[in-house]
Design a protein around this ligand. Structure first.
Ligand code: UD1
Ligand code: MG
Length: 426
């Protein structure tokens, strides 16, 4: 029976922000979302998140996720936060919490480790499953360990200490093996060791690392699993680190897309947020931004310089090109929007041609309205479609025409001018 506890009560002072650190957006979702998903992938019986600073905002952002919220009123340190989390074991939760009196294993995870993979957490749990393991931690040997706690080992290689950088002497600082911020404790082992820690350190806090050290001193074996790829352990303490974490996650996701048959001409200038689906055979050209949840079919071409915003769905074979922004719109098969256009709140059919410089004027200053363009329509360059409006199947708008709201264009009709009027057939 596994319980996960994510520590997310800190303000994140080094972010210099009123917004709690765990809510800063990272690839379109909060920093905490990334750790939460890794924890969820383990199928825990209960998932607990410890909140404190601006807790209403954090709880609000993760409504309906089946989380047990534990409150740390005062941020006294990571050990105290973990204690608050462990205290909530068995508290009402939608999952199947462990029975009272049980001694579950608890995975405690810092909320600022967004690049950690679920597989790595599984490997740590496997290490912990060996006979006699009561405390297990992730470590990593880093080229640049600054900002992390350093691991001390004895001659036999057993962990004897974890020293925070602020408390470390020069020689300790030179150690490369760091504490990742991910631990598994048998709940009873945690409680026993917690009772023996104090706040005699540079930050005057209750350190979770000291719980590990006290457990070792109390005769418990501290098992370790070493993370090979140091990019996985990127933590977010500052905005510079946030940017670095974003880079790492982005690179990983782009590799996955390419592995599934998507061509990405220039990964370095392609920004794709979390939860985007892209079909095989699609090509993404440079300087393109694709936001969270966008769906792109197979065999599409997107970019260069394209911005696809949330709520956008491109069917197969769609082409969206230079300086085009699409927001909350569905675009049908083989439709082309190649140059300099804004398509907002649109429902666009199949085989439509949207000419250069077309604007879907979806906002009148108060409400956003929908524009429908049906199959086979041809929208002339520089057309403004003032929503709500419908352009019929195979209809044509002349270059520079302004189609006013509710002045629907009939199937096959040709309209021109400002405001657009039907062209009399010769
Ligand atoms: C911590 C570790 C350090 C490790 C590093 C790696 C300790 C003492 N140090 O340092 O060894 O190398 O992570 O990621 O644990 N939090 C609370 N309540 C508090 C304090 C913190 O919930 O009272 C939460 C924060 O919101 C954050 C997490 O705990 O999500 C870690 O805190 P942070 O301040 O980032 O610790 P580090 O200084 O990075
Ligand atoms: Mg940190």
């Amino acid at each position: 029976m596994l319980v996960t506890v994510i520590l997310a009560a800190g303000k994140g002072t080094r972010m210099c922000s009123e917004l709690p650190k765990v809510l800063h957006p990272l690839l379109g979702v909060p920093v905490l979302e990334h750790s939460l998903e890794s924890a969820e992938a383990l199928g825990p019986g209960q998932k607990i998140v410890v909140v404190g600073y601006a807790r209403e905002k954090v709880i609000e952002a993760f409504q309906g996720r089946g989380i047990t919220w534990a409150v740390q009123e005062e941020q006294l340190g990571t050990a105290h936060a973990a204690r608050c989390g462990i205290g909530a074991i068995g508290a009402a939760s939608p999952g199947a919490p462990p029975a009272a009196g049980a001694d579950p294993d608890v995975l405690v995870l810092n909320g600022d480790l967004p690049a950690l993979r679920a597989d790595t957490l599984r490997a740590l749990l496997a290490e912990h499953a060996r006979p006699g393991a009561h405390v297990s931690i992730l470590t990593c040997s880093m080229a640049d360990p600054s900002g992390y706690g350093r691991i001390l080992r004895d001659a036999r290689g057993l962990v004897t200490g974890i020293v925070e950088e602020k408390d470390a002497e020069e020689a300790t600082r030179r150690l490369r093996e760091v504490n990742v911020g991910t631990y598994v404790f048998r709940a009873s082992a945690f409680r026993e060791a917690y009772a023996r820690i104090d706040r005699q350190n540079a930050q005057g806090e209750l350190y979770l690392t000291d719980v590990v050290v006290q457990a070792a001193r109390g005769g418990r074996t501290v098992a370790t699993f070493e993370v090979e790829d140091e990019r996985e352990v990127a933590q977010v303490n500052s905005r510079a680190e946030l940017a670095r974490a974003s880079e790492i996650l982005r690179e990983r996701m782009l590799d996955e897309y390419m592995g599934s048959g998507v061509t990405i001409d220039d990964p370095g200038s392609t920004y794709i947020e979390k939860g985007v689906r892209i079909g095989a055979g699609t090509r993404i050209l440079p300087f393109t931004v694709i936001q969270r949840g966008v769906e792109i079919g197979a065999g599409c071409e997107v970019g260069p310089f394209t911005h696809l915003r949330p709520g956008t769905r491109l069917a197969d074979g769609v082409s969206v090109g230079n300086f085009v922004e699409v927001k909350a719109s569905r675009i049908g098969r083989k439709t082309k929007v190649r140059h300099l256009s804004y398509v907002g709140d649109g429902i666009v059919g199949e085989g439509v041609n949207i000419g250069a410089g077309t604007i879907f004027a979806n906002y009148d200053g108060k409400t956003k309205s929908t524009t429908v363009v049906k199959d086979g329509a041809f929208i002339g360059s520089g057309t403004v479609l003032v929503a709500p409006v419908t352009v019929g199947a195979r209809a044509v708008t002349g270059a520079g025409s302004v189609v006013l709201k509710n002045r629907d264009v009939g199937d096959g009709e040709v309209v021109v001018g400002v405001p657009a009027k039907a062209l009399k057939k010769a």
